[in-house]
Design a protein around this ligand. Structure first.
Ligand code: XMP
Length: 327
């Protein structure tokens, strides 16, 4: 609409003014809508002087890394640096089963990986005689309010201990979404031609599939969960329920096994839990009454197509007392 075009143009103009005619900006992409829209706005403002970094930690769902690496790049033309940290994350997560410990490990590794990627970008810029002075963040208006506001000019410090760069680099923050609510961000994303899968993505936790595997995270388990989750999402979409359902985690009970039968064969496989919820803001949630036919298709397809899974269960707990995620 006209209004949204205005919002996009206004933000692009502001970013152009803030960054000016020289200097580079860096932006981390998560696969989510906020960082994607923030990056797209800055790309329109300063073009190739924006360098996006995508840390592939291997905890995203099926197709999500490609959405960033291929579709987002095709739609925006951003300069993308992909940093493959899949092995590092798996190694760091080996033997970790406690939910809080998992979150800590994933958070720590993410910062390390992003900084290592950043060092590469800074190094390349320095070689080219340029300086990265700006860090783009997808902060939304509700985040600004929650953290007590302040003008959009704060500096944050980024610590570097690798590559012989200065210890503390100061970046000026660029926050093109600071005045926007989530629904406005999505509309701006549409106006800027971003892929619908990114713009309309349901909430997905930063630690990704790592906190949807109950038990240790391994490559095999991620692979099982990814296939089951893709089927559940396809069926939700096919039923036209994406916008009615707030989100629908699929959880792999990786340390649990149960007996099943398929054809003539006995199986001893894993259960998955589907957790469809409705919510306004994720603070509270209700378990969603999915139509029986949709649940049936999800169950039949997962047990037919994912050999390691022989049981599909439904979580019928509201929040409170259950959180949306299992960890
Ligand atoms: P819970 O499980 O606390 O989740 O009911 C509430 C909402 O937050 C999402 N979530 C996260 N999002 N980083 C995120 O960016 C996280 O560590 C994280 N943990 C939970 C969850 O998917 C739900 O939408």
């Amino acid at each position: 609409t006209w209004t949204m075009l205005n919002i996009a143009e206004e933000q692009i103009e502001r970013v152009r003014e803030q960054i000016g005619d020289t200097g580079l900006a860096i932006c981390g992409l998560s696969g989510g809508v906020d960082s994607a829209v923030a990056a797209a706005i800055v790309q329109r403002a300063i073009g190739d002087r924006l360098h996006c970094v995508f840390v592939d930690h291997g905890l995203l769902r099926e197709g999500e890394a490609e959405q960033v690496e291929r579709d987002f790049v095709a739609a925006t033309g951003v300069n993308l640096h992909v940093y493959d940290a899949r092995e590092t994350f798996l190694a760091a997560l080996a033997g970790v089963t406690d939910p809080e410990e998992k979150r800590k490990v994933i958070g720590r590794e993410f910062i390390r990986a992003f900084e290592a990627a950043e060092v590469q970008v800074l190094g390349e810029a320095a070689d080219a005689g340029e300086k990265v002075g700006f860090l783009v963040q997808g902060t939304l208006y509700p985040d600004v309010v929650e953290s007590g506001g302040g003008a959009g000019t704060s500096n944050i410090k980024s610590h570097h201990n690798v590559g012989g760069l200065p210890e503390d680099l100061e970046f000026a923050l660029v926050e093109p979404l600071r005045t926007l609510f989530k629904d406005e961000v999505r509309l701006v994303g549409e106006q800027l031609g971003l892929p619908a899968d990114i713009v309309w993505r349901q909430p997905f936790p930063g630690p990704g599939l790592g906190i949807r595997i109950i038990g240790e995270v391994t490559a095999d388990r991620l692979d099982i969960l990814r296939r089951a989750d893709a089927i559940a999402r396809q069926e939700l979409t096919r039923a036209g329920l994406d916008r009615d359902i707030w989100q629908m985690p699929v959880v792999l009970l990786a340390d649990v096994r149960s007996v099943g039968v398929q054809g003539d064969g006995r199986t001893y496989g894993h259960p998955v839990v589907i957790r469809p919820v409705t919510s306004e803001d994720a603070m509270t949630a209700d378990w969603a009454r999915l139509p029986y036919e949709v649940m049936e298709r999800i169950s039949t397809r997962i047990t037919n197509e994912v050999a390691e899974v022989n049981r599909v269960t439904l979580d019928i707990t509201s929040k409170p007392p259950g959180t949306i995620e299992w960890e």
